[in-house]
Write a protein that binds this ligand. Structure first.
Ligand SMILES: [Zn+2]
Length: 365
């Protein structure tokens, strides 16, 4: 291993081209498929190139890959990995050390052509090629993430506001209960039976809160998906906006933890989520371009238009996504829908309000 390390270091100075790396690697790693070796070298070269680029741009702290890895994922390209026995068996060749056969679970069906297989620690990742049409966007939607309004989404004509109250309540409930459990626990000796019991309650509480938040994120992103089917989504890049707006630790915990998850879910459920910078998006009037800070409702002092602040934010994010910058003279959405996350509807379809009390309230601006 040490010798290999030296080799790589030495060759850094002459900086061989890609073809020469392949020559160098030939027959050097007989227990891996040649494609796997090439992929690992490619990854290494990419890391080196990224560091060079960063250093050129003045990032002094960026360092070249230097650590000898004890373990690394092995990549099998579609030239190496094969699916046999009617898609029930995955065969991963490893050069002279033989083939690894992995049984594919019966429930799993690869959705497209095999592109790449990664053998990771205790799991196998499979990359498939999906037909393009499944992610083709028909509309574009701007999304603003927040605390009191968890998600504000608009396509320019209608706007949907998903209330964040349920989520906020869950976080507050968790923090309150957690504080009380921690203080109770501090009165007992570590390792004692009472201490252990409280520890169990603590983890149950955290689990429950985690599940509720995850459920809420699923329902909220599902609303966006059903209201705007087949849409590409522009999301305002959250830069601690919650801390700015609310200025409380709890509020920050709500968003910083879940915003990334919301964006991930949106990306998964829609035709892709693109993050854009959201500077001044909820302070700028989309009609006349004036700027001012407002609380829940934005009402412009210059042109007199008014709309919920989160709607204004979403409209502006949409125009940042479409044009790359804020634009004036944009029409405000004519219809605003208010939606909340109903915990009782466990079917995961908060859109279908079969019980008498409708969670949907529409209003015209
Ligand atoms: Zn205005």
């Amino acid at each position: 291993m040490v010798q290999r390390h030296h080799r790589i270091r030495r060759m850094n100075w002459t900086w061989p081209t890609k073809g020469r790396w392949e020559k160098w690697a030939k027959k050097r790693f007989p227990n891996l498929h040649s494609q796997s070796v090439q992929q690992i070298i490619k990854e290494f070269l990419e890391a080196v190139n990224a560091t060079r680029q960063l250093r050129r741009n003045g990032h002094v702290g960026a360092h070249y890959p230097w650590r000898l890895l004890h373990y690394r994922d092995i990549i099998y390209t579609n030239q190496a990995a094969k699916v046999v026995e009617d898609g029930q068996m995955l065969v991963l060749p490893n050069g002279k050390s033989g083939r690894l056969r992995v049984r594919v679970p019966e429930a799993v069906q690869f959705p497209g052509r095999l592109i790449e297989v990664q053998l990771a620690y205790g799991k196998v990742r499979v990359v498939c090629e999906l037909p393009d049409e499944s992610r083709s966007a028909e509309t574009t939607v701007g999304v603003d993430l927040g605390v009191n309004t968890l998600i504000a989404a608009t396509d320019g004509e209608k706007a949907v506001l998903v209330s964040g109250r349920e989520m906020k309540a869950t976080v507050q409930w968790r923090n309150k209960r957690l504080a009380s459990l921690v203080s109770k626990q501090s009165r007992h000796q570590r390792g004692s039976r009472r201490h252990k019991r409280l520890q169990r309650r603590k983890y149950r509480l955290l689990d429950k809160a985690h599940h509720r938040i995850r459920d809420g994120i699923h329902k909220a992103t599902h609303i966006v998906r059903t209201e705007f089917p087949k849409a590409a989504v522009y999301v305002g890049k959250p830069f601690n906006s919650a801390a700015q707006k609310v200025g409380r630790v709890t509020a920050q915990q709500v968003s910083s933890a879940s915003n990334a998850k919301i964006i991930k879910q949106l990306d998964y459920k829609t035709s892709g989520a693109i993050q854009v910078s959201e500077h001044y998006s909820s302070q700028t009037c989309p009609v006349c371009g004036g700027r001012q800070k407002c609380r829940r409702t934005y009402s412009c002092r210059q042109c007199g238009c008014s709309a919920p602040r989160d709607v204004v934010g979403a409209v502006n994010i949409l125009s940042i996504g479409k044009h790359g910058h804020l634009v004036q003279g944009v029409q405000l959405p004519t219809q605003v829908k208010y939606r909340r996350l109903d915990r009782r509807s466990s079917g995961g379809h908060p859109a279908s309000s079969s019980n008498g009390a409708s969670p949907t309230r529409s209003s015209r601006l």
